[in-house]
Design a protein around this ligand. Structure first.
Ligand SMILES: Nc1ncnc2c1ncn2[C@@H]1O[C@H](COP(=O)(O)OP(=O)(O)OP(=O)(O)O)[C@@H](O)[C@H]1O
Ligand SMILES: [Mg+2]
Length: 266
């Protein structure tokens, strides 16, 4: 069996009594969602009644079939999109990092330039910023493209570059959309382990993903397939539906076909 979750109230779509407030932890950082639901104008509900708390140290997977609202939920968590129903309270979140499904950068600027930028903005000198940026790039296996212009990077390299840049801005909340969709297994494993290490260093990491390995690497899963409306709103790609019940029971859920606790968590 999977271990019970280390944090309270992981159950999406839960309809029981109101949960106690999230413990913001020693750093005083938390996200608390109650009754969260969303639909766009003229569409059916994507999800409804999501109750969850997010705390530093967690890597939370947002899973579910294509079109069920994973990216939409990230937008709500980022504060870019007000939820149609429910509330979202954040405590101590001063900086949110967002790594998109389709990254974009400045075509003529080098990869290194992109990662150095948030460090320069924090006041580091160029040499110090390049040292830290180089370390972050190595964490995402980007040493080989350090001096290449952005326009020459592959899609997977460009997205890892955005991850390295986001990490250098030291966010309290890091939202990552499909970070491993374009990657080979080995590189995906590196990305998953690095995101786990970033979370353990005190960041709340939320990952929207279809990838069963990434799902398994998360400390907890919010499966939108179990939220009311998702079954009619999404196009089932067969990857997530079977695990919906397990997600509803709370805690980390095994990837379909994986052993109950495959030990892939970072
Ligand atoms: N601004 C918008 N207005 C209307 N509908 C939208 C808008 N943005 C997204 N949608 C619709 O909402 C649904 C959920 O979109 P979303 O991008 O959140 O899905 P997703 O789960 O991230 O999918 P994928 O796995 O393919 O990335 C889709 O059907 C999409 O077409
Ligand atoms: Mg998406």
């Amino acid at each position: 069996m999977t271990e019970p979750p280390a944090t309270p109230d992981p159950v999406p779509g839960r309809t029981g009594p109101a949960a106690p407030p999230a413990d913001p932890g020693p750093a005083g950082v938390s996200v608390r969602a109650r009754g969260l639901g969303h639909r766009f104008s003229g569409t059916a509900d994507l999800f409804t009644g999501l109750d969850f708390d997010l705390l530093p140290g967690e890597v939370v997977g947002v899973c579910g079939p294509s079109g069920c609202g994973k990216s939409t939920l990230l937008s709500i968590l980022a504060g870019w999109l007000p939820p149609h129903t429910g509330t979202l309270e954040t405590t101590g979140i001063e900086r949110t990092g967002w790594v998109f499904q389709n990254p974009f950068g400045v075509p003529g600027r080098t990869a290194l330039d992109h990662v150095v930028l948030p460090l320069l903005a924090k006041g580091l000198d160029r040499a110090g910023a390049e040292t830290l940026a180089g370390t972050a790039m190595a964490d995402f296996r980007l040493e080989a493209v350090r001096d290449r212009p952005f326009r020459e990077l592959s899609g997977g390299e460009a997205q890892r570059l955005m991850l390295a840049r986001a990490v250098c801005s030291a966010p309290d909340l890091l939202l990552v959309d499909e970070p491993t969709a374009q990657l080979d297994l080995r590189t995906a494993g590196t990305v998953n382990r690095t995101l786990g290490a970033i979370a353990r260093a005190g960041t709340i990491v939320v990952i929207a993903t279809h990838d069963p390995h990434t799902r398994e690497a998360c400390t907890r899963v919010l499966d939108l397939a179990v939220a009311a409306g998702a079954s009619s709103g999404g196009e089932d790609d067969g990857e997530d539906g079977g695990a919906a019940g397990a997600a509803a029971a709370g805690g980390r859920t095994p990837a379909p076909g994986a052993p109950p606790d495959g030990g892939a968590a970072p």
